[in-house]
Design a protein around this ligand. Structure first.
Ligand SMILES: [Cu+2]
Length: 167
C-alpha cells in the first residue's frame, strides 16, 4: 500500500501524541500520585447521621491502629464538622504524628464543597449524596490548611481547618 508523504507525517504525529499523552498520564498517576475522585459510595444527604462514620459522636479523628488514623468529616455551608473536643467546643485542628497514615472520609449535607489540604496530596471534591475518601501518608511536619476549593456560597472563604503534623 502506498502512503503519501504527508499522510505518513500525520500518522507519525498522531502516534507520537498518543504515546506522549500516555507518558504524561503515567507520570501523573505513578510519580505525582494524582488520583481519580473517590465517591463510589452513596449516602442520603438529608440524613448523613444514619451512616456510622457520620454520627456526631464519630466525627473527627480516631486512631484505628498504631500509626493509622481515620478522620470523619461532614462539610456544610460554611463549615467542616471535625467533631467536638472534651469541653464541647468544635474541633478546628487535627493533629497527627509524622509518617502516619490518615484516611479522610467526608460527605456534605448541602452543596458541592472541596476538601483540599494545602501542601499535601489530599484534594477531593465533596458532593451531596456521596462519600469521598482518600488515604494519605503525612510525610512532612508542619501546619497544613484545609481549604474548600469549590465555591459554595457567601461564606465560602470562612470554610477552613488545620491539619498539624508533628514530629
Ligand atoms: Cu466552599
Amino acid at each position: 500500500m502506498h502512503l503519501h508523504k504527508y499522510e505518513k507525517i500525520w500518522l507519525a504525529f498522531g502516534m507520537a501524541s498518543l504515546v506522549l499523552f500516555l507518558i504524561i498520564i503515567g507520570l501523573a498517576a505513578f510519580w505525582k500520585g494524582t488520583h481519580p475522585q473517590s465517591h463510589i459510595e452513596t449516602i442520603d444527604p438529608q440524613n448523613v447521621e444514619a451512616h456510622e462514620a457520620f454520627k456526631p459522636e464519630n466525627l473527627g479523628i480516631s486512631e484505628v491502629a498504631d500509626g493509622k488514623y481515620k478522620v470523619n468529616i461532614v462539610a456544610s455551608a460554611f463549615n467542616y464538622d471535625l467533631g467536638k473536643d472534651k469541653d464541647g467546643d468544635a474541633v478546628k485542628t487535627i493533629r497527627v504524628p509524622k509518617g502516619s497514615t490518615v484516611l479522610f472520609q467526608i460527605t456534605t449535607k448541602d452543596v458541592v464543597h472541596g476538601f483540599q489540604i494545602a501542601g499535601t496530596n489530599v484534594n477531593m471534591m465533596v458532593e451531596p449524596g456521596h462519600i469521598s475518601r482518600y488515604e494519605a501518608v503525612m510525610k512532612n511536619t508542619g501546619e497544613f490548611t484545609i481549604v474548600c476549593n469549590e465555591y459554595c456560597g457567601i461564606g465560602h472563604h470562612q470554610m477552613f481547618g488545620t491539619v498539624e503534623v508533628y514530629e
